[in-house]
Design a binder for this molecule. Structure first.
Ligand SMILES: C[S@@+](CC[C@H](N)C(=O)[O-])C[C@H]1O[C@@H](n2cnc3c(N)ncnc32)[C@H](O)[C@@H]1O
Length: 249
């Protein structure tokens, strides 16, 4: 492992990004946010999904300690419980500096400020060296990337041999069944309601067939797609959602 170049690169990118902050905050990402269907906020009343996702990450990736990245980290919803569960530092990478600032604040409140860092960037062009990342996780983000195929190729590039990636979205395999049912039911209803086009698109983007297509087009040499998508929890390995898991050889 060569920590010095990684952290220098990360620090440099964070500094560079401050100048671009306004452009990022008012750029395409904001447009993406506004195209997200309403109703996701209502889902926040359901039990917290992140601890269950973290359990699955640890179960399927069995990561070795080192350089861990949460791609499309938002406010660090996955990164922070991942640090809490393992003690390993995590770097958030996301185009939205403001979201990550909130994550950094929360980490500070929890006394985890020495464990969480942030880099502004996008999946399609990660400001990270080749073969540098031991674990890359990404929840709820690939569906917003401009080019998921390019993003997956980039993930493969930055993983070090033996490094693993777990990318997708969902509630996690241990998520309580009643809450899972409510989640699925409300999405099905919304796909028939006022914003049906947006919700249909939301569901469409989370089909396992599409995840396989992206993984094939990215040329991932070996991968496993788990989960049956946004409105099914039939695949007990991950419960509701869809994920791609791969390791760099
Ligand atoms: C729905 S949020 C998910 C946040 C968090 N990971 C979670 O699970 O709650 C989607 C995130 O993906 C980020 N994002 C959008 N386009 C991206 C891209 N091209 N590369 C990396 N992240 C991106 C957004 O800024 C946003 O923070």
């Amino acid at each position: 492992m060569k920590p010095a170049p990684i952290f220098i690169a990360a620090f440099f990118c964070l500094i560079c990004s401050i100048a671009d902050r306004q452009a990022v905050a008012h750029g395409p990402e904001d447009q993406k946010k506004s195209s997200a269907p309403h109703g996701l906020r209502g889902e926040r009343k359901l039990p917290d999904r992140y601890p269950y996702v973290v359990k699955d990450i640890l179960k399927y990736c069995r990561p070795q300690k080192g350089f861990w990245v949460d791609l499309g980290a938002g406010r660090g919803q996955v990164a922070i419980p991942l640090i809490e569960a393992t003690g390993n530092p995590v770097t958030m990478l996301d185009p939205n500096a403001e979201s990550m600032s909130k994550g950094l604040e929360l980490a500070r409140e929890k006394g985890l400020e020495n464990r969480l860092t942030a880099v502004v960037g996008v999946a399609e062009k990660m400001p990270l060296p080749d073969n540098s990342v031991d674990l890359l996780v990404s929840r709820g983000s690939i569906f917003f990337w401009d080019d998921p195929v390019k993003g997956l190729r980039e993930v493969y590039r930055v993983l070090r041999p033996g490094g693993k990636a777990y990318i997708g979205g969902g509630a996690g395999s241990g998520y309580p069944s009643q809450a899972t049912e409510k989640l699925i039911q409300s999405r099905k209803e919304r796909a028939r309601g006022e914003e049906s086009a947006k919700w249909k698109r939301f569901i469409e983007l989370r089909r396992p067939e599409l995840m396989r297509k992206w993984a094939d087009e990215a040329g991932l040499p070996n991968y496993t797609v788990m989960g049956k998508g946004a409105i099914s929890a039939e695949d007990k390995r991950v419960g509701q959602g869809v994920w791609v898991l791969f390791e760099k050889k």
